[in-house]
Design a binder for this molecule. Structure first.
Ligand code: 13P
Length: 341
C-alpha cells in the first residue's frame, strides 16, 4: 500500500470549493427517482441520464472532485463509445465506485440492518482499480427508533466498514467510510447527536483495530439534524454548531476529509448547513459534500428523460454544484439561489 498516494487522492476528494457527486444509486433507487419524473428505468435511460451529468462541463471541472458510480455505470460507455469513466477523468474529477451490496435484516435484531458485500470484495476491487476507480464507498445504515439502534447493530456495521476499508487500502483504493444514521423518525437533534456519537466512536475503534490508515480515508457521515417527523426542527445554526462539535469529538485530525451525505434534506438546507459549518472554522479536516439527492433532484426535474432538456438538466446540475462548492468554502448566500431562480 502506498499511503502517500492514498492521502493525495483523499485530499483531492475534499479540495476547497469542490465535493463529490454521489451518482451510485442502486437499480432499485434509481428506479424510484425515475418513477418520480415519469421516466422508465432502462439501461439506456440510466446511461443517458448519467452521461448528461458527467458531460456538464462547468460543474464537473470546477465543483466536482469525484463521482461515486454504481457497478453498472462503471462498465457503461457513452453514446459515442467513450467509457463513462473516461468522461469523468477527462473533466478532471476522480472516478469512485460503490462496492457494498446493500443491506439485509440483522438476525435477532428486529428492524435493524447490516450491510453486506465483503465476500470476494478483494477481487472486485482489483477489477475496479483496473477500470479507473481510485476510491470506493460502503454505506452502513443505522435507524433511530424505540429501543434501536442496538449496540449489536452498531458493532456489526462498524466491523464491516473497517473490513471493507482495510481491503480498499490494500487494493490502493481510498475508502469512503459511510455510517449513515437515518433522519427518518420523530427524534430530536440531541438524540441524533447521541446516536451518531456512538456510531462514530465505534467505527473509529474498529478502524484502529483493523489497522486502517486514517490518513488514507474519507468519512461520509450524516449531520446532526432533527428527525424529519420531529415537531421541533433545529435551526441552520444549531445543526452547524452541533455537527461540528460532534465531529471534533469523534473524528481524529489525521483523517484528511469529511464529505456529508444529504440524507433527505432539501437542496437548500443541505447547502446552508455545510456553509454554516465553515463559518465555525478553522476545522481540522477538509469538510465538503458528497450529495446524491441534494445535487440531483433539480437536474432530474429539468431533464424529464427528454433529449431536448439535456442543456436544462446540465444547467440545473451546475447550479447546485456551484452552490455547494461555495458552501464548502463558507462563501454561499441564499440570495445567490434567488438570483438563479
Ligand atoms: P444522499 O445525499 O441522497 O443521502 O445520497 C448520498 C449517498 O451516497 C448515500 O449513500
Amino acid at each position: 500500500m502506498n499511503l502517500t498516494e492514498l492521502n493525495r487522492i483523499a485530499t483531492a476528494m475534499v479540495a476547497p470549493g469542490k465535493g463529490i457527486l454521489a451518482a451510485d444509486e442502486s437499480s432499485g433507487t434509481i428506479k424510484k427517482r425515475f418513477d418520480a419524473i415519469g421516466v422508465e428505468s432502462t439501461e439506456g435511460n440510466r446511461r443517458d441520464y448519467r452521461e448528461m451529468l458527467f458531460r456538464s462541463k462547468e460543474a464537473m471541472s470546477q465543483f466536482i472532485s469525484g463521482v461515486i458510480l454504481y457497478d453498472e455505470t462503471i462498465w457503461q460507455d457513452a453514446k459515442d463509445g467513450t467509457p463513462l469513466v473516461k468522461l469523468i477523468e477527462q473533466s478532471g474529477a476522480i472516478p469512485g465506485i460503490k462496492v457494498d451490496e446493500g443491506t439485509q435484516a440483522l438476525p435477532m435484531c428486529p428492524g435493524e440492518l447490516v450491510t453486506v458485500g465483503l465476500d470476494k470484495l478483494a477481487e472486485r476491487l482489483k477489477k475496479y482499480y483496473e477500470r479507473g476507480a481510485r476510491f470506493a464507498k460502503w454505506r452502513a445504515v443505522i435507524d433511530i427508533g424505540s429501543g434501536i439502534p442496538s449496540m449489536t447493530a452498531i458493532s456489526v456495521n462498524a466491523h464491516a466498514l473497517a473490513r471493507y476499508a482495510a481491503l480498499c487500502q490494500a487494493a490502493q483504493i481510498v475508502p469512503i467510510v459511510e455510517p449513515e444514521v437515518l433522519m427518518d423518525g420523530d427524534h430530536d437533534i440531541d438524540r441524533c447527536y447521541e446516536v451518531t456519537q456512538r456510531v462514530l466512536n465505534k467505527t473509529f475503534q474498529e478502524l484502529r483495530v483493523q489497522r486502517v490508515a486514517l490518513e488514507g480515508m474519507v468519512l461520509k457521515p450524516n449531520m446532526a439534524v432533527s428527525g424529519k417527523k420531529c415537531a421541533k426542527q433545529a435551526s441552520v445554526e444549531e445543526v452547524a454548531e452541533k455537527t461540528i462539535r460532534l465531529l471534533k469529538a469523534c473524528v481524529p485530525a489525521a483523517v484528511p476529509g469529511i464529505a456529508f451525505l444529504s440524507g433527505g434534506q432539501s437542496d437548500e438546507e443541505a447547502t446552508a448547513h455545510l456553509n454554516a459549518m465553515h463559518k465555525l472554522g478553522p476545522l481540522p479536516w477538509g469538510l465538503t459534500f458528497s450529495y446524491g439527492r441534494a445535487l440531483q433532484a433539480a437536474p432530474q426535474k429539468a431533464w424529464l428523460g427528454k433529449a431536448e432538456n439535456v442543456a436544462a438538466g446540465q444547467s440545473a446540475f451546475s447550479h447546485r454544484a456551484r452552490m455547494n462548492g461555495l458552501a464548502s468554502k463558507g462563501e454561499w448566500q441564499s440570495s445567490l439561489e434567488k438570483k438563479a431562480a
